[in-house]
Ligand binder design. Structure first.
Ligand code: SF4
Length: 222
């Protein structure tokens, strides 16, 4: 099987889908929650994100207009459960300012238009890197952008599809060039890779029983 080809990427998707089924991502109720969660989840567990989001809801801050107005220090206290809360408060304020300027306070309006242009604009927001920008574009804006995370990178390296020095953009390009631009599929594909990573392709691989166990791989590659 040619590595990383359209055929193999489709087959990988089908194997994961058959193994795990629909993942129902992103775990949020609204696009605003998705975007806020995408910042809060940086370097912490989802359980901590949920606690911070609950605190934001109690404080009536699950709204970009309110986030734009609130004092940064008060916001930081509110999201303390998410860890590195001062940094994340600064980032949420920067994202809220972006939504304010680009969409007059409406995230939906800010995310409307050409996904590539919006992505380039989002990357100017302090603290918004490629993974966070793509998560917001895909899960909040329904743009067909493939989200690359540490699990995706590790799985592809261990199966010899990319080298250890592959950039984020090179990995993303591999998926986006070889698969149809289908936001629904990209949504599930990323979620399925995360599920595979959490269950099997951890720092120490658990290949026994993995859906990809029979595929050529090097479990020690990283
Ligand atoms: S077979 Fe091993 S290396 Fe491949 S995805 Fe599963 S756990 Fe990772």
């Amino acid at each position: 099987m040619p590595s990383g080809s359209r055929y193999s990427l489709t087959r990988l998707y089908n194997v994961l889908w058959e193994a795990y089924g629909p993942q129902g991502w992103w775990p949020a109720r609204t696009p605003t929650e998705v975007a806020i969660g995408a910042v809060l989840t940086q370097n912490t567990s989802w359980r901590n994100v949920e606690r911070a989001i609950a605190a934001l809801e109690t404080a009536d801050l699950l709204d970009f207009r309110r986030l734009h107005e609130v004092e940064e220090a008060a916001l930081a206290e509110c999201i303390r459960p998410a860890g590195t809360f001062r940094v994340k408060a600064r980032r949420l304020k920067a994202l809220a300012a972006w939504v304010w300027h680009r969409g007059s306070g409406s995230l939906e309006a800010a995310l409307r238009g050409d996904g590539r242009v919006i992505r380039a604009d989002l990357l100017y927001v302090p603290g918004i890197g490629p993974e966070t920008a793509d998560a917001i574009l895909l899960y909040a804006g329904k743009h067909a952008r493939f989200v690359v995370d540490a699990y995706t990178r590790r799985i592809l390296i261990r199966h010899g599809w990319i080298g250890p020095d592959a950039t984020y953009e090179a990995i993303q390009d591999r998926f986006e060039r070889r698969l149809p631009p289908d936001a629904g599929m990209f949504n599930e594909y990323h979620a399925l890779l995360v599920e595979l990573g959490k269950r099997h392709c951890r720092a120490r691989a658990r290949c026994k029983g993995c859906p990809l166990e029979s595929w050529p791989h090097d479990a020690d590659a990283s």
